[in-house]
Design a binder for this molecule. Sequence first.
Ligand SMILES: Cc1cc2nc3c(=O)[nH]c(=O)nc-3n(C[C@H](O)[C@H](O)[C@H](O)COP(=O)(O)O)c2cc1C
Length: 360
Amino acid sequence: MSSQIGSVYKLSLFGESHGHSIGCVIEGIPAGTNLDIDLIKKRLNQRRPGKDKYSTPRGERDTFEIISGYHNDMTTGTPLCVTIKNIDKRSGDYKKTDAFWRPGHADFTGSVKYNGANDLRGGGHFSARLTAPIVFAGAIAEQLLAEKGIEILSQIQTVNCITAESFESLEITDNIRQMLDAEDYAIQTPIKEAMLKTVDEARRDKDSVGGIVEGLILNVPVGLGEPFFDSFESKLAHAMFSIPGMKGLSFGKGFDFTSMRGSQANDMIYKSGITVKTMTNNNAGINGGISNGMPIWFKCAFKPTASISKTQKTYNYETHSVEALSIEGRHDPCIALRAVPIVKAMSAIVTYDLYRERQI
Ligand SMILES: Cc1cc2nc3c(=O)[nH]c(=O)nc-3n(C[C@H](O)[C@H](O)[C@H](O)COP(=O)(O)O)c2cc1C
């Protein structure tokens, strides 16, 4: 099992959905850092479930407790451990479907991998609960990157078939920053109502929908990324594919490159003062796995939530037969909506880690 990520800024995760607590241990925060607790709380709140009908009604407050590595409002430079209690557990909801392997979920694979000893309640270690400590670690990385002038944005670009303007062309103004920093969902205002309506329709149909979350990393210095195997893209891909339900990733033009010619795909290089820039940014600010100074933009495709109450057929390992299953418990009708702060957090963790690697 690997619950760790990062080379210099290292994150180690622990916990289960219905266990006592979830949390993480972070190494690599510079000693003497005065943590921006308000930013951490804000990011956790943006990820938090139970706000409205567009997310799972599980009512977690995500109050955290730092239990090591922080003294006199400063990091000590030693491992920082944080825990977040699981408060609103309703394990009974899962009892009736205990013997089923939920289609699209990790019940079957997890049971085989851990010889049936894994905690299945609420998805156990595979639950999105585990993304709360990721958001905690991401907020710290975001703070440390902001000190270097590096900024990260994320937004919902697509819900089912409804699409917002991509970071490829969107002009990043203070108004956009504010819009995407909303307490509920990071969606551009003109399209927000239509997207949420689509989610609600799926929910009322006892079903779920997928979506695309876009990430944007601005003001990255030239030279971050460690080819071959720790290229900027590889590191981001590793982190993004760790997010439960994330099934597709593309950088810049991504799959659209295949229908272009070289003359259309290449980003022409020019010099602006002492800075080298490109006329277009199809390659999303990365060449050869190394940042080129242009904005890094990418898309993460999230599948429709696996746990739906619409009746499906799946295997019951107690009766050894395929039976009808209607999943109870509380679930998100659209994972992508709540994944936006997680994509932001993962982007910050990777970028800060690569930044620090470059200093060594
Ligand atoms: C923010 C977020 C919320 C999620 N909520 C649910 C949920 O309510 N129900 C569910 O079945 N899966 C949910 N998932 C996805 C599952 O955790 C994921 O599908 C499962 O662990 C299997 O992993 P895989 O889809 O990557 O193969 C959520 C994921 C994220 C990132």
